[in-house]
Design a protein around this ligand. Structure first.
Ligand SMILES: *[C@@H]1O[C@H](CO)[C@@H](O)[C@H](O)[C@H]1NC(C)=O
Ligand SMILES: *[C@@H]1O[C@H](CO)[C@@H](O)[C@H](O)[C@H]1NC(C)=O
Ligand SMILES: *[C@@H]1O[C@H](CO)[C@@H](O)[C@H](O)[C@H]1NC(C)=O
Ligand SMILES: *[C@@H]1O[C@H](CO)[C@@H](O)[C@H](O)[C@H]1NC(C)=O
Ligand SMILES: *[C@@H]1O[C@H](CO)[C@@H](O)[C@H](O)[C@H]1NC(C)=O
Length: 503
């Protein structure tokens, strides 16, 4: 073989490798970003991916406690991730320039079976694109609080107690029956929480109760104020701000100091919430919360984070999302709120009218009516992050969603064995008509329920709680609805159909 031949063979080999490399889909924006900044934050996904079948297997197995079940699932998914990812992780770790680049970070996620690389350079991406185990390489998405509507006023005191939103959903009537949410834990994945606030400090579950994947802080903190405010609405104990003041909270901070929610932080929070661990990495899946309230999202619909939602559903965590603040046009709801397994929430004002900003359905992705329900989201008075005794008013569907999370807590406290789908249904069944706006979205007038303006209507705590007695008995369910709702024959039919679908 002449030198030329050898060279030719070499060229061919390179061509073949490059040809194979075309099988690994590298999102084009990655090279663009690397060209501009020298580096990109990327997710590596794998061809072998058995998350669905593993989850289905474990879910049907018998386990003594919920913690045992989550633990089995977490360990099976972790093993799966370790096996599928090991070749690629080895290749990454043997990539020389990496060891000289202190800003590179590599994380392995079991909940999505992905490897995350912060600050990958072009060479590394090119090398990865030749590896056979990889299905695709995508750029990290950055989420945000959906079109945040900021604080209106900051106040030290309020005479109203309970606050109008808490009263409007009649939570105090449930408290009067002895249920303020005790025994239930809610997690917020948000901008953090001012843990020392007078409304919140006594409800904090200290054991494995805080995680900050970006900055590694050891105690709850919130530089933004959004997370403190919403956590106050769910579990706040002072001035009547919280829907479920007897419950406990834990929190994962998924945002950076500029209010960005990088996907890697959200996924890290999702893993932590499923099996909370402390700063020594000691996990305890029995400490998983019952309800999660989420503030982050996209400004459109997407499926990127469906794994997280499906995982939470399968381990018995009720998930609540805001519909978004992109109204009043039809079809303005955004993900992940439109996923069929979560509860999406629109916002109404003190007069029980839908707010103009509240995003309207339908979901273009799933073709469903959205939001599912509506809750108070205008002029909501709750805890401020600026000082321990300070409160402020904010508005947005972000302020409506925690009212629903609070109701989910009350339901779970009333009967701890309710499933996620039962809780979702009880919240929907209790919902009441709002003031008609006349808006028609996707052919449905908001006189009918459910509609694309307020979903099934305004949530109502005592009615949802009362309906618990009907769980598992279909005739009683209908009776409960008939008793509390005013219907035209058509809306009754719509509701019954809906119930059949949901049951
Ligand atoms: C929110 O409140 C803070 C603290 O009082 C204030 O500094 C800030 O300007 C307010 N933001 C808006 C948009 O009103
Ligand atoms: C809060 O306001 C109420 C009524 O507006 C007042 O009676 C009370 O003294 C105030 N409390 C504080 C701590 O300022
Ligand atoms: C995990 O948490 C549960 C519930 O608090 C507790 O009973 C159990 O002892 C904990 N397990 C470990 C290993 O810490
Ligand atoms: C609750 O969910 C809403 C809707 O997604 C969100 O805007 C709000 O920030 C969340 N609250 C907490 C404490 O996570
Ligand atoms: C749930 O708890 C209720 C009351 O505590 C009980 O009657 C019911 O049988 C339980 N359901 C299941 C599926 O365990």
């Amino acid at each position: 073989m002449t030198f030329y031949n050898i060279f030719l063979v070499f060229v061919l080999a390179v061509a073949i490798t490059t040809g194979l490399a075309a099988e690994v889909k590298v999102e084009s924006s990655i090279y663009k970003v690397i060209e501009e900044t020298g580096k990109a934050n990327i997710f590596v996904s794998f061809k072998k991916n058995d998350i669905h079948s593993i989850r289905n297997q474990i879910t049907v197995q018998k386990h003594v406690t919920r913690g045992d079940r989550i633990n089995s699932l977490q360990e099976a998914l972790k093993n799966h991730a370790d096996t599928t990812q090991s070749g690629v992780l080895k290749a990454i770790n043997s990539y020389r320039p990496l060891q000289n680049n202190p800003t590179v970070e590599i994380s392995s996620f079991w909940i999505t079976n992905q490897v995350y690389i912060k600050h990958a350079d072009r060479n590394l991406v090119e090398q990865l694109s030749t590896l056979d185990d990889i299905s695709e390489i995508t750029q990290e998405k950055i989420f945000s609080i959906k079109n945040p509507l900021r604080n209106l006023t900051e106040v030290r005191n309020s005479s109203a107690e309970p606050q109008w939103g808490v009263a409007a959903i009649r939570a105090p009537e449930v408290w009067a029956s002895g249920n303020a949410g005790s025994g239930v834990v809610v997690a917020t994945i948000d901008t953090g929480v001012r843990g020392t606030h007078e409304a919140l400090r006594d409800g904090f579950r200290k054991e494995k109760g805080w995680y900050d994947p970006i900055y590694g802080t050891l105690a709850p903190t919130d530089v933004d104020g959004h997370g403190t405010h919403v956590t106050g609405t769910i579990v706040g104990r002072t001035l009547g701000i919280g829907v479920a003041p007897g419950a406990q909270w834990i929190a994962c901070r998924a945002s950076d100091n500029d209010g960005n929610f990088p996907a890697s932080a959200i996924i890290a929070c999702a893993e932590w919430v499923a099996c909370p661990y402390d700063s020594n990495g000691l996990k305890n899946c029995s400490l998983a919360p019952d309800v999660i309230n989420n503030s982050w999202g996209g400004d459109r619909e997407f499926t990127d984070l469906d794994y997280l939602i499906e995982m939470w559903e399968s381990i018995g965590i009720t998930v609540v999302f805001a519909a978004g603040n992109s109204g009043s046009g039809c079809g303005t709801v955004s993900s992940p709120g439109t996923h069929p397994k979560v509860i999406s929430v629109g916002a109404i004002d003190e007069n029980s009218r839908v707010t103009s900003f509240s995003s309207r359905g339908p979901s273009k992705l799933y073709g469903t009516v959205q939001p599912n329900v509506a809750a108070p989201g205008s002029k909501i008075f709750s805890a401020s992050n600026s000082d321990d005794g300070v409160y402020k008013e904010m508005m947005g569907t972000s302020m409506a969603a925690p009212h629903v999370a609070g109701l989910a807590v009350l339901l779970k406290s009333a009967r701890s064995n309710l499933t996620v789908s039962q809780i979702r249904r009880l919240i929907v069944v209790g919902a009441q008509p709002t003031v008609v706006s006349g808006q028609v979205c996707n052919g449905i007038n908001d006189r009918q329920y459910p509609n694309n303006v307020v979903g099934n209507g305004k949530i109502d705590a005592p009615l949802s709680i009362a309906a618990i007695g009907t769980v598992g008995s279909s005739s009683l369910k209908v009776a409960a609805i008939l008793k509390y709702r005013e219907f035209s024959a058509v809306s009754l039919l719509v509701l019954l159909t809906l119930k059949c679908l949901v049951l």
